[in-house]
Design a protein around this ligand. Structure first.
Ligand code: PGA
Length: 246
């Protein structure tokens, strides 16, 4: 199974726009064995119910780690599940940057998502790659901290997105070879934390300036289980081409 995950970020700002985008995606015929997951902003979650059972799945771009209570502005796992959401992006670099999310918060969110039966898509990635020959240690550190204390039997639900920050929204994607090295490195870290079987089971995606021209390079790598697409996922024709590219 390969994943194409669309992170609409805050690019889509009107209900009309969100509806039109969902309807356009729904029309695209894509191969079996591919999971397409659309992650709209919270106010457009009703789309998940409206499109239920029609091929695509739905995800959130974030969630809170507490089940509920006096937490102004937060969106909980139950709110997501109740809206028909089954995936949730956690620890995206934009949240780490603009909302000061820490590795500890990421860990708490991963726990809460798994406890609620949601599939977390956990983002890790370095700000800069100083030495092109090696994937920075911070990727290992973020991975370690994100999954600290998570039980082994929960790990098969986990999706990790390797998203080098320098490649996000810049039009300069990583090379597929380096993305593969990073994916293997992440699997190695999971293997050290758990065991080889667990490392083989988790899904590792690549994200950062994926578009219809470069998607095949990433998705055809056996060690890369799919892509997380930002900017190109909100352009109807472009995303249709991405979905048909595999
Ligand atoms: P991008 O974003 O495709 O616009 O680079 C990817 C992401 O941030 O998930």
């Amino acid at each position: 199974m390969k994943f194409i995950i669309a992170n609409w970020k805050a690019y889509v700002t009107t209900e009309k726009g969100a509806k039109a985008l969902a309807a356009a995606v729904q029309k695209v015929k894509f191969r079996k064995g591919i999971a397409v997951v659309l992650c709209p902003p919270f106010p457009f979650f009703s789309l998940a119910r409206a499109h239920k059972g029609r091929g695509v799945s739905w995800g959130a771009q974030d969630m809170f780690w507490k089940e509920g209570g006096a937490y102004t502005g937060e969106v909980t796992s139950e709110m997501l599940s109740g809206a028909g959401i089954t995936y949730v992006i956690i620890g995206h670099s934009e949240r780490r940057n603009y909302a000061q999310e820490t590795d500890e918060m990421v860990n708490a969110k991963v726990r809460a998502a798994l406890a609620a039966g949601l599939r977390p898509i956990v983002c890790v990635g370095e700000r800069e790659r100083e030495d092109p020959a090696s994937i920075p240690r911070c990727v290992a550190e973020q991975t370690h901290k994100a999954f600290a204390g998570i039980e082994k039997n929960k790990m098969e639900e986990v999706i990790i997105a390797y998203e080098p920050i320098w490649a996000i929204g810049t039009g300069t994607a990583d090379t597929s070879d380096d993305a593969l090295s990073a994916a293997l490195y992440i699997r190695k870290v999971i293997g050290e934390m758990y065991d080889a079987k667990t490392a083989a089971k988790i899904k590792v995606l690549y994200g950062g300036s994926v578009d219809s021209r470069n998607i095949a390079e990433f998705i055809n790598q056996e060690g890369i289980d799919g892509v997380l697409v930002g900017r190109a996922s909100i352009e109807k024709k472009e995303f249709a081409e991405i979905m048909r590219a595999i």
